[in-house]
Design a protein around this ligand. Structure first.
Ligand code: 13P
Length: 240
């Protein structure tokens, strides 16, 4: 049975005070959440320690990046042991925003994935095509190329993948659910372990979550904007 993973990616949003306000409304809603759903909050570094003390054990804590070295002169980076020390369990790696704005390459993504696994962090690897790649029929070749390069020597028994078409991120332009299901099936066909949970990400909202989760290939979601509002994220976590 593949695991269900519902993750919020707060990106660069929320001070500690705002994070606490979120929890006040969000946490009571978790009473309704079936136990087999893995709920994850991937928050800015400054919120991790606070949330590690405030979150119930049923909600996992995630970071949004990790460096491949265990320590060293890498200004602005964070190591896996610094994260695991404060109860961080998941880490997003290779998000398109890091690839686009911060020079992340398939090679550095691969190094980060291996380091995360070495320290028992569960990586959420993000892959997905641009609008231009989609329009010119390169979706499959691009995603296969990302997977082949990113996953060299990566243990597929401790991995989550998120399919995030870049044109659907933050745009309200959700990928058709049948198309997301098809691409996620293709991603699975490229993997050696068929049990890797594969999420969809890109304008996931309370009004489309039920249809997304009804798709047979889709094992969860990675949610940006709608994870910032506690009522919206609760509705997503408690999808029907
Ligand atoms: P939105 O849900 O805001 O489109 O963001 C998706 C995303 O990038 C999650 O990692």
């Amino acid at each position: 049975m593949r695991k269900i993973v519902i993750a919020g990616n707060w990106k660069m949003y929320k001070t500690q005070a705002e994070a606490l306000e979120f929890l006040q409304v969000f946490m009571p809603e978790l009473d309704k959440t079936p136990a087999e759903r893995n709920v994850v909050l991937c928050v800015p570094f400054t919120n991790l320690d606070l949330l590690s003390k405030k979150l119930p054990a049923s909600v996992h804590l995630g970071a949004q990046n990790v460096h491949w070295e265990s320590e060293g002169a890498y200004t602005g980076e964070i190591s896996a042991s610094m994260l695991t020390e404060i109860r961080v369990r998941y880490v997003i790696i290779g998000h398109s925003e890091r690839r686009q704005y911060f020079g992340e390459t398939d090679e550095t993504v691969n190094q980060r994935l291996k380091a995360a696994q070495q320290f028992d962090l569960l990586p959420i690897l993000c892959v997905g095509e641009t609008k231009q790649q989609r329009d010119s029929g390169e979706t499959e070749t691009h995603i296969y190329s990302q997977l082949d390069r990113d996953l060299v020597d990566v243990d597929q028994s401790a991995l989550v993948i998120a399919y995030e078409p870049i044109w659907a991120i933050g745009t309200g332009d959700t990928c058709e659910v049948s198309e997301a299901n098809r691409v996620i099936g293709l991603i699975r066909s490229r993997l050696s372990n068929q049990d890797v949970p594969i999420q969809y990400g890109g304008s996931v909202k309370p009004n489309n979550i039920d249809a997304i989760m009804a798709q047979p290939e889709i094992d969860g979601v990675l949610v940006g904007g709608a994870s910032l509002e506690p009522g919206s994220f609760a509705r997503i976590v408690n999808y029907q």
